[in-house]
Ligand binder design. Structure first.
Ligand SMILES: *[C@@H]1O[C@H](CO)[C@@H](O)[C@H](O)[C@H]1NC(C)=O
Ligand SMILES: *[C@@H]1O[C@H](CO)[C@@H](O)[C@H](O)[C@H]1NC(C)=O
Ligand SMILES: *[C@@H]1O[C@H](CO)[C@@H](O)[C@H](O)[C@H]1NC(C)=O
Ligand SMILES: CC(=O)N[C@H]1CO[C@H](CO)[C@@H](O)[C@@H]1O
Length: 465
């Protein structure tokens, strides 16, 4: 732990801290405490650390709760696992690095006040993010995947096993983005080290039609991605009363005119706290620019964006994942067929993609669906919403579909981030596979990527005549 991280560990003692200079509290008032977690760390949405959704990992990064990961009953045996995993912790993209640099400059030149955190930002902190970092996987992100690999091997020892890895019964597939390729390599390294497989090399396949389907779905690109009106709720919320109040509070803390604290600047402060924490595990001075009330508002703004761009907001968002949905069931069907009639050729599929890969698939399958849509007006009513990306898609988020052979047939168990979840409208933790196939029959019999994603043809009847 560096000095910088230890010096901010006592956030519950603001009076003491405020009374001391920046130099003074390096004198280690709170040396023996654990690295502190920002109060707003559970609101970071897609910038959340995985540890925040599974807090026991803060103590032991390889911890597996065996009760949670056990087969549905003792007579069941795991026969196949499909894991759809988000890449690990990454650097901000160029767009956000630029915003962060602007906020830093604004504070450095215009903020006044004597708060310790402000002096720290103005005098000690340096803008160390550079544009060439653009979304790349960070060291912590590699570790996210290395450790996840080991935990999954411990959770499913019959599937993610040395024998299956060496016997080529584990398939590795990834999106073409460098952060995903680097993640899958780190995942393999994790297993490599776990079993001490010196000198062995493992393949991976790049498949963007499955892992970046959203780029290839014309209807999605045209009607949502390149269409400003499709995200109008986000725009409206940016000028809402709630966002106005967040800007006021931040302007007051910094003593900078309200007009200069735009919603972009608010977001930059949020990102700075989030990235410094996710990348370096440090609860930095940046986290004092916003409190939990502010963070809830910004989290909602980010959830609104994901809802309208990747979730239930527009039907094409989820339909764009039809190819991945069919691929999943094809693998499970194949495994159940192989198990009954011959030899299992594949035990595990590891697929690495993006938050934008996971959210549409979850929405297609009906997970985290709220009764009422998320809108700019509904912030307060949506306090207890299901669609909360902080808990769903942190870095290294993972969807696990585990097929079991039990005495009464095949069963399927779904885990999100290593926690078992119920399928929508099915009251059993691991229903019969056939029950699930029936529930999704309308998708299995339809949900054709080509058809769903083609743009409606403009009728030329009249002009043709
Ligand atoms: C493991 O999961 C079980 C079942 O949810 C829970 O009761 C138990 O507290 C968990 N153990 C730990 C150490 O978190
Ligand atoms: C990606 O996977 C799909 C479904 O299995 C397959 O049809 C397609 O050929 C693959 N594409 C590449 C580039 O391998
Ligand atoms: C853009 O989105 C709006 C709102 O969903 C929709 O009504 C409109 O048809 C879309 N425009 C295009 C070009 O798809
Ligand atoms: C779609 C939706 O849920 N709209 C609700 C949002 O909140 C307003 C104001 O409370 C309600 O009137 C809407 O029904």
């Amino acid at each position: 732990m560096s000095l910088i991280s230890s010096q901010f560990r006592c956030r519950n003692r603001p009076l003491v801290l405020a009374a001391l200079s920046v130099i003074m509290f390096r004198a280690s008032f709170c040396k023996n405490t654990k690295p502190s977690v920002p109060a707003i760390a559970t609101y970071f949405g897609t910038k959340c650390r995985y540890e925040e959704v599974n807090p026991q990992l803060r103590e032991d990064i390889l911890y597996v709760n065996e009760t949670l990961m056990a087969p549905p009953s003792p007579d069941c045996r795991a026969v196949h696992l499909v894991a759809v995993i988000r890449h690990g912790t990454r650097y901000p993209t160029v767009k956000n690095i630029k915003r962060m640099a602007r906020l830093y400059e604004l504070i450095r030149t215009e903020a006044t006040g004597s708060d310790w955190w402000l002096s720290y930002i103005q005098r000690e902190w340096r803008m160390w993010y550079t544009e060439d970092m653009d979304g790349k996987l960070v060291k912590k992100g590699k570790n996210d995947h290395r450790h996840l690999a080991v935990r999954l091997a411990k959770s499913f020892p019959g599937l993610i096993s040395k024998k299956n890895l060496v016997g080529d019964r584990i398939e590795f597939m990834t999106s073409s983005k460098h952060r995903c390729v680097d993640s899958i390599k780190a995942f393999q390294e994790g297993l490599h080290k776990h079993w001490d497989l010196k000198g062995m090399e493992f393949k991976h396949y790049v498949n963007d039609s499955l892992m970046r389907f959203f780029d290839q779905c014309k209807k999605f690109v045209e009607t949502v991605e390149n269409n400003k009106t499709a995200l109008k709720e986000v725009e409206i919320f940016k000028s809402s009363k709630e966002m106005h109040e967040v800007r006021m509070r931040m302007a007051n803390r910094l003593k900078i005119p309200y007009s200069e604290i735009t919603s972009e600047m608010v977001e930059a402060a949020f990102f700075l706290c989030a990235y410094e924490f996710a990348i370096k595990s440090e609860n930095t001075a940046w986290c004092n620019l916003l409190d939990e009330t502010d963070a809830e508002v910004i989290e909602y703004k980010n959830d609104l964006k994901q809802y309208w761009k990747r979730g239930y907001g527009h039907e094409i968002n989820s339909k764009s994942s039809c190819a991945l949905f069919h691929d999943l069931f094809r693998r499970l069907d194949q495994a159940s067929y192989d198990y009954r009639f011959g030899e299992l050729t594949k035990a595990v599929t590891i697929q690495v993609g993006h938050a934008e890969t996971l959210l549409p698939l979850l929405s297609l399958m009906g997970f985290f669906r709220d009764e009422t849509p998320l809108t700019a007006e509904n912030f307060s009513q949506q306090h207890g919403r299901k669609f909360r990306t902080s808990g769903i898609v942190p870095y290294a988020a993972n969807l696990l579909f585990v097929l079991y052979e039990c005495s009464d047939g095949f069963r399927l168990q779904f885990y999100l981030n290593e926690k078992p979840m119920f399928f929508p409208n099915i009251n059993h933790p691991a229903p019969l596979y056939q029950t699930i196939r029936n529930q999704y029959s309308y998708l299995l019999d339809g949900c054709d990527f080509k058809k769903e994603c083609e743009l409606p043809k403009v009728t030329l009847k009249n002009t043709e005549l």
